[in-house]
Design a protein around this ligand. Structure first.
Ligand SMILES: [Zn+2]
Length: 414
């Protein structure tokens, strides 16, 4: 066996072990989700509305994705022409090409952005045409900066004589480092006002995560997320989720879910998965751009952007498998911490009428677009929890302080 093949095998083994460690969750492996009928859970009009809205929404995604691939494919083929006319130096020219590619994609996606707002308005959801087209300068600017920094790092490394085509080895750790930095810093940039509810302290105690819970204004949709590392860990609730028709009992479930993400180190796990994907992705990019002279020369940038977008699309289903698993664990944590499957079920049912999410989308939508378990799967988990909870020996009602089953550690399985 050659030395390089042995090194490759060793790397693959390390990858597999790391993936196995990250894959484990506290959701019992033997948990059986009952198969429920969506027609028995949602009124026909709610179901129809959510299904129809989502059916067209996913067509917009398909249209955007195909347009993006066609535009960037053409750019990869013909974009090289622009390199000869630039005098900005190799890295400057590369960044310029990156910006042109970015601008082309933005312009090509514009009709879909506008159609999406129109579609949202038809269903009474909020959305602004200005925001969808040019309004969100801050987000556009941030993406621009990220793209330029990434290109500067990769091209800079690839131009170092003794690194060359092996730029992916030092570049992947740099990107992982940037990702850690971003995860650490971002919670402090988000602000928000602190959220006080009588149940928060109790949930923090049960899940052993003592972090601030904050409410973010300026969002029209009900949502929540947990982020941060170490001292910057926070739970954020988008304002509409703490307002009616959402009830305090549902919000308790939501906070339980978000604390569950932090209790199980999901931010670190996401970064771990990011690292596991970053290395092979960067390697493929290095190989694919070799015939254009490698990432050190601007001529390779249009092709690199196209290959990168294709790789992200290929990776998307895998990424969704991972996030769905983390989300399922957070739901399970919420069930154990609140001991309230009824609240969970009501919450997920309400999502179908409030956010128009299709409770059980078709297969390809599930594969490419669902980074959470479907509403049906989430409701089925509340049923499964209720079934396991009812099999446990009952405690007398008066000893409510004895705490829910949640406080009991469940072995790490599966
Ligand atoms: Zn979540």
């Amino acid at each position: 066996m050659t030395r390089s093949r042995a090194a490759l095998l060793a790397l693959a083994a390390v990858w597999a072990v790391a993936a196995w460690l990250l894959w484990r969750t506290s959701v019992p492996a033997a948990l059986h989700l009952p198969h429920l009928d969506e027609h028995s859970l949602f009124p026909p009009d709610v179901l129809h509305r959510a299904q129809h809205y989502s059916a067209v929404q996913r067509l917009f995604w398909l249209g955007t994705t195909i347009t993006q691939l066609v535009v960037l494919g053409l750019f990869a083929r013909y974009g090289v022409r622009w390199t000869r006319e630039s005098a900005a130096g190799p890295i400057g020219t590369g960044m310029l090409l990156g910006m042109i590619g970015f601008a082309l994609v933005w312009a090509a996606e514009l009709p879909f952005s506008v159609l999406e707002v129109w579609w949202r308005h038809r269903y009474g959801l909020s959305g602004s045409y200005v925001q969808a087209t040019v309004g969100n300068w801050f987000a556009l600017g941030a993406q621009f900066v990220v793209l330029c920094v990434a290109l500067a790092i990769v091209m800079g490394l690839a131009r170092v004589r003794w690194i060359g085509d092996r730029w992916w080895m030092p570049a992947a750790p740099v990107f992982v480092g940037l990702r850690i930095l971003l995860a650490f810093v971002s919670p402090w940039l988000l602000g928000g006002s602190s959220f006080h509810a009588p149940y928060v302290a109790r949930l923090q105690r049960i899940e052993r995560v003592h972090v601030p819970v904050r409410v973010l204004n300026g969002f029209a949709e009900p949502n929540a997320f947990a982020t941060g590392l170490g001292p910057s860990r926070r739970v954020f609730l988008w304002k509409p989720i703490v307002d009616p028709p959402f009830t305090p009992r549902m919000d308790r479930f939501v906070v339980g879910h978000e604390l569950g993400h932090l209790a199980h180190d999901h931010i670190w796990k996401s970064i771990g998965w990011y690292a596991l994907f970053a290395f092979p992705l960067a390697f493929v990019l290095a190989v694919a751009t070799r015939r254009r002279g490698g990432m050190g020369v601007p001529e390779a940038i249009p092709l690199a952007i196209f290959v990168y977008v294709v790789l992200l699309l290929v990776e998307l289903p895998l990424q969704n498998v991972v996030t769905r698993r983390l989300e399922a664990e957070a739901d399970w944590s919420a069930l154990r911490a609140t001991h309230d499957p009824v609240a969970g079920r009501q919450l997920f049912r309400l999502f179908a009428s409030e956010t128009l999410e299709d409770p059980s989308p078709p297969g390809w939508d599930y594969v490419f677009l669902q980074n959470h378990p479907t509403l049906m799967q989430r409701i089925e988990m509340t049923e499964a929890y209720a079934a396991t909870a009812s099999m446990r020996p009952r405690r007398p009602r008066s000893t409510a302080t004895a705490g829910p089953a949640a406080a009991r550690p469940v072995g790490r399985v599966g």
